[in-house]
Ligand binder design. Structure first.
Ligand SMILES: [Zn+2]
Length: 362
């Protein structure tokens, strides 16, 4: 497969390429199928898992994509490129690669960020039997970011009010209020859900089945959006001074832990992250986890796109012509068509995966 051919226009196409490449290159494929629903074209929605190398390996690198649906197209291309590039044959000894294709297949297939319940999967990994964490700041954000119309004047007014709020409460409080995650407004942004999502369940099933025996486990969760164009950034949530944070630094360099390239002036305090769940599920393993974001547009445009995505979900059906245009812009924000951007994703992801493998192999 020539490199650009690893990029797909639909979930079914991406899934097909991934599964075919895995089988053709000696990886074993496992399927976790959503029993309740299908995609927009009637396609099955699955978390597909490809395991390359010994299934009982004590050292495992997990690479996942599509936690935020639409962002999975690039991660899928990176995974398929690793397979068709002969990655399985070059694995370090006694080390396995576990590729998780489409953490949130509903969002991937619908080219949306959230799940079928408007849930941000990356805020859903917490204990749903306990009271949810409070994000009181979001109550002020919600009426601003949920307009019923989505024209230029509305957007200008939304940003005027957000700027005012940010000035009043400060960068850190604004970031946490805006995108730290919230459990109070189910039709809002960064909603963490009121129950475990099927995608959350499927991810944990897959980790238990394929990774739980590992003594050394790492995960790279591939995203797109925040970060400079043609560049990638790392988000590392391991505590300052921890051995895990030091490993991330050793494997991927200083930028894995110093937030190089992060365009947010202050990162939110996040709740319910997938990578945190991964670490919590493997208490006996030495776990190293990073999120990688392939940058597309500045933060303001990412905010605009996420508000647009929310508008599409709740109001788009009443404005089909506008909705089509807004959705095309939304897709371009998280999955740019520009060949130089796609080439950068492949080049950089190949290095990131290779360094992860060398790191986990010791
Ligand atoms: Zn994301």
């Amino acid at each position: 497969m020539p490199e650009p051919a690893v990029f797909s226009a639909s979930y079914a196409e991406a899934r097909g390429k991934f599964v075919d490449a895995a089988r053709a290159h000696g990886a074993r494929v496992f399927e976790y199928r959503d029993p309740r629903q299908k995609g927009p074209d009637g396609e099955a929605l699955c978390l597909d898992v490809a395991v390359a190398g010994p299934e009982d390996a004590e050292r495992m690198l997990v690479v996942g994509c599509g936690t935020h649906g639409i962002e999975g197209y690039s991660g899928s291309a990176a995974q398929t490129a690793w397979l068709v590039g002969g990655g399985p044959a070059r694995l370090p000894k006694r080390t396995a690669m576990v590729l998780l294709h489409a953490h949130n297949p509903w969002g991937f297939a619908h080219k949306a960020r959230g799940t079928e319940e408007n849930v941000d999967l990356n805020r859903n990994f917490l204990d749903h039997t306990q009271p949810y964490p409070d994000n009181p700041g979001y109550a002020e954000v919600h009426p601003i970011v949920t307009p019923e119309t989505w024209d230029d004047a509305t957007q200008a007014e939304v940003f005027r009010q957000l700027d005012q709020l940010r000035e009043r409460i400060g960068e850190q409080a604004f970031s946490t209020a805006f995108n730290g995650g919230q459990f109070s407004h189910e039709d809002g942004l960064y909603f963490g859900g009121r129950r475990e999502q099927w995608a959350n369940y499927a991810f944990r099933e897959a980790v238990v089945k394929h990774v739980a025996h590992a003594k050394h486990a790492a995960i790279i969760d591939l995203h797109t959006g925040i970060g400079p164009w043609l560049e990638h950034i790392y988000l590392c949530f391991h505590a300052q001074g921890s051995a895990a944070r030091k490993r991330a630094h050793d494997w991927w360099g200083e930028r894995a832990v110093n937030q190089a390239g992060v365009t947010h002036k202050a990162l939110a305090s996040y709740q319910g992250l997938l990578v945190d769940a991964f670490a919590a599920m493997l208490p006996k393993a030495e776990v190293t986890a990073v999120v990688v974001e392939f940058g597309t547009l500045p933060r303001k445009e990412i905010q605009r796109a996420n508000m647009a995505g929310r508008w599409l979900r709740y109001h788009g059906a009443r404005h089909p012509v506008l909705a089509q245009k807004v959705h095309a812009q939304f897709c371009e924000t998280f999955y740019p068509g520009e060949p130089a951007w796609r080439a950068a994703v492949l080049e950089q992801s190949a290095q990131i995966l290779e360094r992860g493998l060398q790191g986990i192999a010791g």
